[in-house]
Design a protein around this ligand. Sequence first.
Ligand code: 5AD
Ligand code: SF4
Length: 466
Amino acid sequence: MTETANAAGEKPRKRLFIKTYGCQMNVYDSGRMRDLLTPLGYEPAEAPEGADLVILNTCHIREKAAEKVYSELGRLKPLKEEKAASGGAMTIAVAGCVAQAEGAEIRARAPVVDLVVGPQAYHKLPEFIANVHRGRGDALQTEFEVEDKFDALAAPARQIDGYSAFVTVQEGCDKFCTFCVVPYTRGAEWSRPVDQVTAEARALVAQGVREVTLLGQNVNAYHGAPPAGREADGAWGLGTLVRHLARIEGLARIRFTTSHPRDMDDDLIAAFADTPALMPYFHLPVQSGSDRILKAMNRKHTAAEYLAIIARLRAARPDIAISGDMIVGFPGETEADFEATMELARAVNYAACFSFKYSRRPGTPGAAMAGQVDEAVKTERLARLNALLAAQQTAFNQSMTGRRLPVLFEREGRNPGQIGGRSPYLQAVHCEGPASLIGHIAQVEVTGASQNALSARLVPGETRAA
Ligand code: 5AD
Ligand code: SF4
């Protein structure tokens, strides 16, 4: 009985299921959608069965990610019919980047969908959903008003679901790498004003958050309006923003992602040396180690320039862990180009690195390029690259054995009596310990390491909840 008001006359409770695909910004957006819908009586559900509202927050970055949406919609169809048969109604919305890129196609291919809402329009979800229920309004909502969106989202208090939270500080991209859909789905680069970001971070910390990760498709291109009273500064860069946020009482850790080599500046590099709250982990995608391929990708930097940035970061913060993204099999990639990618990976020695087979995305320049690489060749190159990256990651983790590290404990572990958290280098850490440490930073000694995690024990006398 989801639609009846209870004895106290409160609003009827409705079940909301959000499924999130893709990047961390989608995770952030899903949280904000949930925040927007909570005042309307929607409560989070763990599964779509019986839900009143299902939102698929989708990703368009690679073909596989986009395809998942249609198979999920196929699974939802009988659930929607069941709900209707029992006298209820399940509203199905597709949000995110597939909504932006393929809105009309979704409507045509999947009539089960009631609403398509792009990433820059979701702040109006309550209005759009009310329209669906009234049988009015446009079911396709993909306008671009990033500024309005953040103005609308600034007001309600965030609901936290952990001790580490995302805060979007920048959206969109003007780089137009020739493989990438982001400039088309997320639009032009835009930065949130410093005061808006700070208010959101403060509100999160007031609720218990200890770590924020600043998000942006080109986060190090951040150039936000300065705080009130500091107008003369002009736009603030990311380094200045990080130092400003580091002054928030109770905020222990700051991270940011994802950066572009072209937007590196000395001030941001210096922040790694002078701001202890800025964690020593840097995600800097390179995509390829071949200058020829980098040029075809329109990356606007060479392999040597990338390596020079890594060297400057390591000079500023010698223990910094470097992570990246790589694409294999971009059109025209020869065995020699691929070997240059392997060589660059060897030179960087990544703590963690994500690798992908090039995926031909409709509408991007890469899709129309000559020299598309055979799927079998991509698979074989990816396997070779992955073997190297896995060995590097394992070696990085094993280098921690015997060391003492501060860990932010975020959850109970898989086994009873275990708790889990993250090291400064973003490694997952498992250890025996009391649940009372969750939400706190405590010192551990690393006792073992695998490719994906560290095991550790609490250091006696150092288990204070900081
Ligand atoms: N094919 C494969 N990987 C891609 N990425 C972006 N577009 C594509 C594509 N068309 C990867 C890049 C980027 C990461 C988020 O996804 O490595 O940094
Ligand atoms: Fe895509 Fe390149 Fe922009 Fe990153 S910098 S979002 S890869 S276009």
